[in-house]
Design a protein around this ligand. Structure first.
Ligand code: HEM
Ligand code: HEM
Length: 174
């Protein structure tokens, strides 16, 4: 292992950038996570209608189903990402980034993977096993995801605008 690399980081088979399938799946998951936020609105409305004794709108029920399938798709794509990560690796950090910052980045990525796997699993438990117990856990995990993604985007902006290094471009095709 080179001295600027942490465990789990190694030069990609495709050079010092992510492989194209890794890049495509990264951005597909971003789009699907945004779609999950949108479809979750249908869950809240259909539950409110149900409690009020009103028949939920079929549009909201459709969003409900899309939320379930979108979540399962994210789960599958995250498993695929982890497998690709094991096969292709990840580019090493730029040389002069402090080791503590590198460790924060690794922790952020690991936590993102863990939350993206836990959210669909807990979501299924909330929908099919016990809404009162698992619903609040699912909602709490969505807040944790928000914090992790905010930190992730802040780090991307730091690389792009302040350090002006190539970290963001290696997650872009081309
Ligand atoms: C990574 C995948 C997922 C993401 C990002 C996600 C995101 C969200 C969001 C943002 C909410 C709204 C939280 C709020 O009320 O403020 C929500 C609610 C909910 N989601 Fe998901 N979700 C995912 C997967 C799933 C799956 C697979 C299911 C299973 C069927 C599911 C079931 C639910 C349920 C039942 C609620 C309502 C919880 C409640 O109001 O207590 N989710 N989800
Ligand atoms: C839902 C939103 C997002 C999620 C869940 C997410 C998740 C992840 C994960 C898990 C990794 C680690 C890849 C690995 O090495 O295995 C990663 C890397 C990366 N992401 Fe995101 N990401 C999101 C949004 C974004 C956004 C909006 C940007 C750009 C502004 C971005 C830029 C990057 C970059 C540049 C890397 C590579 C970092 C490096 O090489 O050290 N991501 N992302």
């Amino acid at each position: 292992m080179k001295d600027d690399q942490l465990p789990g980081q190694r030069r990609c088979a495709t050079g010092n950038r992510y492989a194209l399938p890794q890049i495509l799946v990264h951005w597909l998951v971003v789009l699907l996570v945004l779609a999950q936020v949108w479809t979750s609105g249908g869950i809240g409305r259909s539950h409110a209608d149900h409690i009020a004794g009103i028949e939920p709108a079929s549009y909201d029920l459709l969003l409900h189903e899309l939320h379930t399938f979108g979540g399962l798709a994210i789960f599958g794509l995250v498993v695929l990402r982890i497998l690709m990560r094991l096969v292709f690796g990840a580019p090493s950090a730029p040389r002069n980034v402090h080791r503590f910052i590198q460790m924060l980045a690794v922790a952020n990525h690991l936590a993102l993977y863990a939350v993206l796997l836990a959210l669909p699993a807990i979501g299924l438990l909330a929908r099919y096993i016990d809404f009162d117990i698992f619903g609040p856990v699912h909602v709490a995990l969505t807040r944790l995801l928000l914090v992790l993604v905010a930190a992730h985007i802040a780090a991307a902006l730091w690389h792009m605008l302040i350090r002006r290094d190539a970290v963001v471009s290696r997650m872009l095709p081309g």
